[in-house]
Design a protein around this ligand. Structure first.
Ligand code: CDP
Length: 211
């Protein structure tokens, strides 16, 4: 039986942490859809192609392999910015739809996180969450994450890259980041990871128990 949990929200809101923990808790599979766009963006950067080259980015999206998602250079700021650029391309998004949709429908349940999961990829998801936090809190979390990995950056640089990416993701024509009408909002600004997970588990349990 399939059971789909769709999680959307802005950059560094804690979607991934909640999604992974929810998947563990319920024994569901987990897909970080941001990695798909990050991997395409990374390939465009590696090839020294402009981030406006839709034809090249589409070719990269069509040729994406699961092993491309395992690279260790997908989480840095340069790749995130490139991801947001290619994610604004309708053809690139289209090329990645069927993989995401079939992942969502797999037997045994699935959690997907991204920007358009509850609106475009899985409009009929069993549970939809929109996870957010204040800009400062999100930038602080991402700054700590990047610094811990040895990335030489500043809080201000992280904050301004995050603001630019959110603006681009929210304003694009195709599949913009927006809270689905039927999504439950979880603001993690003042929540510990355990609190956020507990809130998410509560929401899922309401539907899962009766499924
Ligand atoms: O981890 P973080 O929230 O910073 O970003 P991510 O989820 O890895 O996504 C990276 C970028 O991919 C986003 O800024 C979006 O532009 C794009 N993305 C998207 O357009 N649609 C998705 N379903 C997932 C990510």
């Amino acid at each position: 039986m399939s059971f789909t949990v769709a999680i959307d929200g802005p950059a560094a809101a804690g979607k991934g942490t909640i999604a992974r923990a929810l998947a563990d808790h319920f024994g569901f599979a987990y897909l970080d859809t941001g990695l798909l766009y990050r991997a395409v963006g990374r390939k465009v950067l590696d090839a020294d192609q402009p981030l406006t080259d839709t034809v090249f980015a589409l070719k990269m999206a069509q040729g994406l392999h699961e092993s491309d998602l395992l690279r260790d250079d997908l989480r840095n700021m340069e790749t995130a910015t490139a991801a947001s650029a290619v994610a604004a391309m309708g053809d690139v998004r289209k090329a990645l739809v069927s993989f995401q949709k079939s992942f969502a429908k797999r037997d045994g349940g699935a959690v997907l996180d991204g920007r358009d999961i509850g609106t475009v990829i899985c409009p009929d998801a069993d549970v939809k969450l929109f996870v957010t936090a204040s800009e400062d809190v999100r930038a602080e979390r991402r700054y700590k994450e990047l610094s811990a990995k040895g990335d030489d950056t500043s809080f201000d640089a992280v904050l301004s890259a995050l603001k630019a990416r959110d603006a681009q993701d929210a304003k694009r024509d195709v599949a913009p980041m927006v809270q689905a009408d039927d999504a439950v909002l979880i603001d993690t600004s003042n929540m510990s990871i355990a609190d956020a997970l507990a809130a998410a588990v509560d929401v899922v349990n309401k539907t899962y128990k009766s499924a």
